[in-house]
Ligand binder design. Structure first.
Ligand code: ATP
Length: 236
């Protein structure tokens, strides 16, 4: 079953159109990557889905038209956006950040159980549970951003550049944990990632964007086998 379907999605910042026709679909419990050069429109595609940028075209989530919905309503339907730059709250502790992620939930026991699950998934956060967001390393902030999204119990997670600015070993750790999360939770994922080698450890298929248009979709294996993809995104 298809969980998310984008058909010819367009979007602009002011008078500058940056998405000119993005189409892709994410199966229920599937993981799909978005590849593309700087400025191709990857981040904007995620923003169009989460309602933080105005979009044209078709955006169906679980069969429902969500295009033009307010971000809080999109979130309430089960889409959690882990933004580029992480967006963790620096004045709150790790535990408080996790609780903020669960703000729409009322099941207190479930919330506490999910906090424990997140701390098991990211043991670094367990050690930092009382630290403020501002005291965390980049890797810890990224882990917290993902964990906070988990706390919303989403059906779909939008992950934007989770490896950005992290040491390679830290980025690998983060992706391993996200892979485990995917297996255990069945949360579907739409993953923007500059480091395609990392993305391919997580996603089943990926769509390539060029100047605001989706130009190619394939399985990870198919894409890795293509010379132009290797040259552009896999370092040779
Ligand atoms: P990157 O990896 O650099 O973030 P991207 O593929 O995610 O690239 P977007 O961030 O979606 O690309 O940006 C697409 C285009 O829109 C770029 O030309 C960018 O300069 C422009 N853009 C992004 N955000 C804004 C904004 N808030 N206002 C105006 N233009 C923007």
């Amino acid at each position: 079953m298809t969980l998310l379907e984008l058909t010819d999605v367009t979007a602009s910042y002011g008078s500058v159109q940056v998405l000119e026709g993005v189409s892709l679909s994410v199966p229920d419990q599937g993981a799909v990557g978005i590849l593309g050069a700087n400025g191709a429109g990857k981040t904007t595609t995620l923003r169009a889905i989460s309602g933080t940028v105005r979009a044209g075209g078709g955006i169906l989530f679980d069969g429902k038209d969500i295009r033009g919905m307010r971000p809080d309503r999109v979130a309430a339907l089960g889409i959690a956006h882990v933004p580029e730059g992480r967006g963790t709250l620096s004045d709150l502790t790790v535990r408080e950040n996790l609780r903020v992620g669960a703000y729409l939930r009322k099941d207190r026991k479930g919330i506490e159980a999910d906090i424990e699950y997140c701390l098991d998934l990211f043991p670094n956060l367990k050690e930092r549970i009382k630290s403020h967001g501002s005291a965390l390393s980049g890797g810890e902030q990224q882990m917290l951003a993902v964990a906070r999204a988990v706390m919303a119990k989403p059906r779909l997670m939008l992950l934007d550049e989770a490896s950005l600015g992290l040491a390679p070993s830290t980025a690998k750790n983060v992706y391993q944990a996200i892979g485990r999360l995917r297996k255990e939770s069945g949360i579907a994922m739409l993953v923007v990632e500059q480091n395609a080698n990392l993305a391919f450890t997580l996603v089943d298929t990926a769509t390539v964007l060029e100047t605001g248009r989706s130009v190619l979709t394939g399985t990870s294996a198919e894409l890795k086998g293509m010379d132009e993809i290797r040259r552009a995104y896999l370092g040779g």
